[in-house]
Write a protein that binds this ligand. Structure first.
Ligand SMILES: [Zn+2]
Length: 476
């Protein structure tokens, strides 16, 4: 079953195609104002983009990132904890941006910010931090990149260096100048969203120092963490190499932070928070993917896979509960949760899926039916949905009449389907797949659905697991 929103697969830095967007947006020339709010003495560099364009670009790029990176879910306690720390920092930020914080289920120590506010922290960073202030330090540093608008400033510099006349002459967006830029700059610009200069690093440290101080955290811990990582890097620990590639170490990092702190009134920082230890234990129990594994997952985009070993995909008999913002359901303890949006989740064994198709597992999502002369009925909405999934799965066949069932004590439907499994069988032909679709019309008119997927040959063995998942389902 080809899912609609399977948010996992690897981290690839998309550089192509992004420059074009920038160029379209760069037609508005805006010079960043410097702000001098109390301690925040740092001035953003010259920037072709407006603040609003930073936000718009960040949103667009973030949607890509969320599709490509394995993120911990919004409801994960680690995500919630990181977001609560972010909240403290955002409260003292000198300018308003729509900051957001997500944790990437990746082993390597790294973090990055997109223009306008989205910030991503690798799980490895949390595993490596010795205390809450060190983790806060990484987050404050990333917020410094956003507030100083480093990515679009770097993109602006690149544009100006390549096309000085077009920019000085205000030709961007019209005439031959913009054509030239559009063909010439189509590569390389996206990388500025992730790679920072040493100067940008120093500036992000200083802004991060001020944010931490104002939020009551000891800024020295930020420098201490970066120095710890630097030592690791020098011992050849490859888990930190990418961090320093994206955030090159500026000279005398700790001294610069100390100098900044010395200009501030001495204060008592927050005591160590006990929650950090809990989260560290939680983080230590997870097995994040390596960059290599993520890349390998991503390369499996051709939708076919070999035969996974039974032990890798079949439920082990014990169950966990997924508490999602829209529903609750039990699932096999040896399967995993993939997906990030509050509406779309795939529950599957890792070996039972490719980057964009599921061979074993359950896809949970919502569908917005078209109103056809009034609010759609469950029956209407279910058939509209079937039509829509046939577009991405033309091989799907309905093999049973819709069956009326109850969910939460309310009417729901169950439909059995067959189609082509992403698993290649003998002779290169896909195995036959069996799907069970459950639909339920919510009060807001959206169709909530779950698709239970397995190869036909394993359907009988998996039926009790899917029955148990289905009967545990509570939709909010
Ligand atoms: Zn940085």
């Amino acid at each position: 079953m080809r899912g609609t929103e399977i948010s996992r697969s690897g981290r690839r830095r998309r550089r192509e195609g992004f420059g074009k967007q920038i160029l379209v947006l760069a037609t508005i020339l805006a010079f960043a104002p410097s702000y001098l709010v109390a301690r925040f003495q740092e001035k953003p560099a010259w920037n072709l983009f407006s603040r609003d364009k930073d936000i718009e670009l960040g949103k667009q790029y973030s949607a890509e990132v969320r599709k490509q990176l394995p993120l911990l879910t919004e409801s994960d306690p680690i995500t919630k904890y990181v977001q609560s720390l972010g909240h403290e920092l955002v409260a003292v930020a000198p300018e308003h941006y729509p900051f957001s914080f997500r944790v990437v289920n990746q082993k390597e120590i790294n973090a990055f910010a997109l223009p306008g506010g989205p910030i991503y922290i690798n799980l490895g960073t949390i595993q490596a931090a010795d205390n809450e202030a060190q983790l806060v330090g990484v987050m404050a540093h990333e917020m410094g990149h956003v507030l100083m608008r480093h990515s679009t400033a770097a993109a602006s510099k690149e544009l100006a260096a390549r096309f000085p006349l077009a920019i000085l002459g205000g030709l961007m967006g019209q005439g031959p100048g913009s054509q030239l830029i559009q063909t010439g700059i189509g590569f390389g610009v996206g990388s500025y969203f992730l790679k920072n200069s040493r100067h940008a690093e120093s500036q992000a440290d200083l802004v991060g120092t001020d944010l931490m101080y104002d939020a009551g955290y000891d800024p020295h811990q930020m420098a201490a963490f970066f120095e710890k990582l630097e030592k690791e890097d020098k011992t050849g620990n490859s888990a930190v190499a990418q961090f320093f590639s994206d955030h090159p170490n500026p000279e005398n990092r700790a001294e610069a932070v100390s100098r900044e702190v010395a200009t501030l009134t001495p204060k008592t920082y927050r005591p160590a928070a006990p929650e950090f230890a809990t989260i560290k234990r939680e983080a230590a129990s997870l097995k994040p993917l390596t960059a290599k594994q993520i890349a390998a997952l991503e390369s499996k985009t051709n939708e076919t896979m070999g035969q996974p070993a039974s032990g890798e995909v079949m439920p082990n008999g014990s169950f966990k509960t997924l508490s999602h913002s829209a529903f609750q359901m039990v699932y096999p303890a040896n399967w995993e949760i993939f997906g990030d949006e509050s509406s779309a989740v795939t529950i599957a064994p890792r070996a039972g899926m490719t980057a964009n198709a599921v061979a074993y597992g359950a896809i949970v999502n919502g569908f917005q039916p078209e109103p056809k002369g009034g609010a759609p009925t469950l029956d209407d909405a279910t058939h509209q949905f079937l039509d829509s999934i046939r577009q991405s799965n033309p091989d799907l066949r309905v093999i049973s009449q819709d069956e009326d069932i109850r969910l939460n004590g309310l009417p729901a439907k169950s439909v059995n389907l067959t189609g082509d499994s992403p698993i290649q069988g003998p002779g290169g032909h896909p195995l036959l797949e069996r799907d069970r679709l459950i639909t339920f019309l919510r009060n807001d008119g959206t169709l909530f659905y779950v698709i239970f997927v397995s190869p036909d040959r394993d359907a009988r063995q998996l039926a009790p697991t899917f029955d148990k998942m289905q009967s545990s389902l509570r939709v909010y």
